[in-house]
Design a protein around this ligand. Structure first.
Ligand SMILES: [Zn+2]
Length: 81
């Protein structure tokens, strides 16, 4: 169990959850499921431990730089205003 401390935006309690996170970088988007994160009960802001951030960064490089096959590929609708 990781302690995340209180939310830096609204000071409410942050609780540990598993979330789906949209990891965006350099115009790429990687959807990561089952990510352990601290989520603020009030405003929903999410917090990650350095280990989790490092793991997501590794996965990003595996897929976009080292061209490893992801578990699944989904298509996402895109629009402009
Ligand atoms: Zn908050």
């Amino acid at each position: 169990m990781t302690t995340y401390g209180d939310c830096t935006f609204c000071c409410a309690t942050v609780e540990e959850k598993r979330i789906e996170y949209d990891y965006r970088r350099k115009g790429n988007l990687l959807i990561v499921s089952n990510v352990p994160a601290g989520v603020c009960r009030q405003c929903g802001e999410s917090y990650f431990t350095p280990e989790v951030l490092k793991k997501m960064d590794q996965l990003y490089h595996d897929i976009f730089d080292r061209h490893q096959k992801p578990e699944r590929v989904i298509s996402v609708p895109a629009v402009s205003l």
